[in-house]
Design a protein around this ligand. Sequence first.
Ligand SMILES: Cc1cc2nc3c(=O)[nH]c(=O)nc-3n(C[C@H](O)[C@H](O)[C@H](O)COP(=O)(O)OP(=O)(O)OC[C@H]3O[C@@H](n4cnc5c(N)ncnc54)[C@H](O)[C@@H]3O)c2cc1C
Length: 373
Amino acid sequence: MDTTAVILGAGYAGVMAANRLAGQGVRVRLVSPERRFTERIRLHEFTAGTRADPTVPFSSLLHPDIEMVYGVAEDIDAASRRVALSNEAVLDYDWLVYAVGSGNSSVPAGAEAPSCLSGAGPARDKLRSLKPGDPVAVVGGGLTAVEVAAETAHAYPHNPVTIYAAGPVIQHFSDSTRHGVLRSLERAGISVRQEMVEADRLPEAAAVLWCTGFGVPDLAARSGLAVDAAGRLAVDSRLRAVGRERIFGAGDAAVITDPGYSYLPQTCATAMPMGAEAASNILRTLAGEPLPPHNSGFQGQCVSLGRQDGALQFLHAGYTPRRIHLHGRAAAMLKEVLCRMTLKWIRGEAKRSGAYTWPAGPRMTPAPALAEA
Ligand SMILES: Cc1cc2nc3c(=O)[nH]c(=O)nc-3n(C[C@H](O)[C@H](O)[C@H](O)COP(=O)(O)OP(=O)(O)OC[C@H]3O[C@@H](n4cnc5c(N)ncnc54)[C@H](O)[C@@H]3O)c2cc1C
């Protein structure tokens, strides 16, 4: 094979991109610091101890032709099309997919951050060391904070859990869905305080779980690629890095800076379509076909509130809430089904490139034109 695609990061976006490219006449090299795939969307379960292992073997997810390269990408030299890894290996590429994901935003001393695997382990250990009655503080008001708090409260019923959120929790849900979630939190004995927590003044608690949002690796910025204020790789509507024809970006670590795409949040439901589309655009470019603008949207978002409770907010394609929502056990079951489907979609793509499809995004006016490959 004459053409090599290197994919940086083997999360949801990276594995989806790798599977779509594999078996299509392209040598695919997938770079990962970890030896197993992390189901990040289950890290609240792992943190609270309701799931023993949030990882699965790559071999169970990936097309057999994909070469795993274990290491951390340290530098991208776009001019010479090379990536330097931390173990001093150097990978040459024809096409690069930047999918290094996100982790915890800066975490103050004394807090644990469960939103990536390296932080979830210590957070889990901290919770295990609690004595009955020891209070737990969860800082943040987004989906991760709510899921972590609810899972912890159910797993540690003798430890009072308080959410500290700077604003209303789960702001993008409708008022009625949010009220339902707040009622569930109250039933689970969780207090919610609307209060800004400063990094140097943590709440008085035996465990402080820091869930204030995702930060991204600074690899793109360090490598001289165009990034937004948060350090995400800036890509156009074809997912090409700005000014770099051979680098595509996908998932939490990339942001589409063309107008009309600001509705896309850092979620798995954004990362997988972007990963698949980035790979498709490499294949289209090789075939001399025009590249369509990226088009992905939403139908709903589930939040789990412990193993037996949850909420489903139905969404418009552009990630705004519809009036319909679902609560309780049915929503919890649906969330579990979606977590399983995620792996099923990845495996389906390994079996047949192009198998994975996703909901369309909101209509854009005027519609972005096709771009030449
Ligand atoms: C508790 C929790 C629950 C969530 N629930 C949901 C949900 O229900 N629905 C939803 O849509 N989203 C959910 N999310 C968000 C979702 O997990 C992320 O948006 C998603 O993981 C992003 O996928 P990704 O492939 O971009 O990045 P990641 O999954 O973060 O994967 C990136 C990979 O890149 C690797 N990497 C990092 N730096 C380098 C480097 N320099 N070189 C090589 N590799 C590198 C990382 O180790 C990682 O394996 C949840 C997140 C959390 C924490």
